[in-house]
Design a protein around this ligand. Structure first.
Ligand code: NAD
Length: 374
């Protein structure tokens, strides 16, 4: 079996497999071909790939020689054009939203996998790119907030007086929110966290945060640990609670998401206008609409005296470790399909393979995607 690794287009700096991940594959008797300069923005040179027995080729040649193509971002028009019938393609292409792409992959008889729909079971943890990238985002969001604030994060007692610690409010206590909490605490901030899932309260307090309780959230056990849409009555109480805490905060880190839907709107314009001058909002949910009413994706805006940074792409700003984690997740997933002798076996009895496979033999395989594609 030959695996082809593609170079991403800017502003994506990550690469799906660093040389250390390629080494694992070549050790499993898989031939790996790498598009020239694929790792350059993640600080991995073609020479380092060649040192682990990969062959460097032009994009067109990678498509011609590979059975299985891997990248991070969805395929662009040129890449789609180069795909061959029966080829396997793996990336992160949000098939619940990008339905036209799913239909095209299906009609072209491409076997496709989208790593963002990997079922989130305990067996899948070592393959979960969403968790890995959320870890990077939560960490980087806090560093960005600290860097943008006109004051210190930690408390300081100096000869020039006492500096009070920064107050951070985190909206959403999933993987990114908990990492943002841990990082803010390490930097010495006082942290409050809000989430609709009461189950996270213990984790928040365990990491040194204060959980903001709002009574009456709908916590749907059937949603598999995810949040669900809340009713209007709850949304009003939640908006008031968030307002009361946000206006006392120096930084608000927004991480709240609902899979496959627009992000919940949690920070209203009136709240931003009542926040402290110099405060900063980092909105990690910006690509799905943002938690703050004023957020613009991939933009920093100043509203009054509050800075709002809309960025869902922090992992691309830390390409070495992001690519390292991404590659490790991919290798763990590929091990479900590729033996140590390099033999490929697509076993749809395995819930992780079936749940992540979007198209195969001109059919949609993932049940989640099937529900959306009519
Ligand atoms: P996510 O990115 O989907 O959402 C982030 C957080 O936003 C969640 O905690 C969610 O409850 C919260 N949220 C949504 N709507 C909200 C609202 N209106 N107000 C406040 N908060 C709101 O979450 P995630 O980080 O991907 O993790 C979600 C769940 O999946 C967690 O229970 C986590 O433990 C679980 N998980 C399981 C695995 C695994 O077993 N493989 C891996 C990672 C996460």
């Amino acid at each position: 079996m030959t695996i082809g690794l593609l170079k991403e287009g800017l502003p994506e700096n990550r690469v799906a497999l660093l040389p250390e991940a390629v080494k694992t594959l070549t050790g499993m008797n898989v031939r790996v071909v790498v598009e020239s300069n694929a790792g350059l923005n993640a600080f991995a040179s073609d020479t380092e790939y060649e040192a682990v027995s990969a062959t460097i080729l032009a994009k067109e040649e990678v498509f011609k020689t590979s059975d299985f193509i891997i990248k991070i971002q969805p395929p662009d028009a040129k890449e789609l054009g180069l795909m061959k019938e029966g080829q396997i393609f793996m990336a992160v292409f949000n098939p619940l939203i990008n339905t036209d792409l799913v239909k095209e992959l299906c009609s072209r008889n491409i076997t496709s996998f989208s790593l963002d729909i990997l079922p989130r079971t305990s067996r899948a943890q070592s393959m979960d790119i969403l968790s890995s990238m959320a870890t990077v985002s939560g960490y980087k969001a806090v560093l960005t907030a600290a860097n943008s604030l006109p004051k210190f994060f930690p408390m300081f007692m100096t000869a020039a007086g006492t500096i009070s610690p920064a107050k951070v409010l985190i909206l959403g206590a999933g993987v990114a929110g908990l990492q943002a909490l841990a990082t803010s605490r390490k930097l010495g901030a006082v942290v409050e966290v809000f989430d609709v899932r009461a189950a996270v309260k213990e984790e928040v307090t365990g990491l040194g945060g204060k959980f903001v309780d709002v009574e009456g959230a709908i916590d749907d056990k059937a949603a598999g640990g995810y949040a669900v849409e809340q009713n209007e009555e709850f949304k009003k109480r939640q908006a008031q609670a968030i307002h009361d805490h946000a206006v006392k905060s120096d930084a608000v880190i927004c991480t709240a998401q609902i899979p496959g839907r627009k992000a919940p709107l949690l920070l209203r314009k009136e709240t931003v206008e009542a926040m402290k001058p110099g405060a900063v909002i980092i909105d990690l949910a910006s690509s799905s609409g943002g938690n703050c009413e004023l957020t613009r994706d991939n933009e920093t805006i100043i509203h009054g005296q509050v800075r709002i940074i809309g960025n869902s792409a922090f992992p691309a700003e830390m390409p070495s470790d992001s690519s390292k984690m991404f590659g490790k997740n991919i290798i763990n997933f590929l091990k479900l399909m590729i033996s140590n002798k390099g033999e490929f076996n697509l076993n749809f009895e395995d819930d992780l393979i079936k749940g992540t496979c979007v198209t195969h033999n001109k059919e949609v395989i993932s049940e989640k995607v099937k529900c959306i594609i009519k």
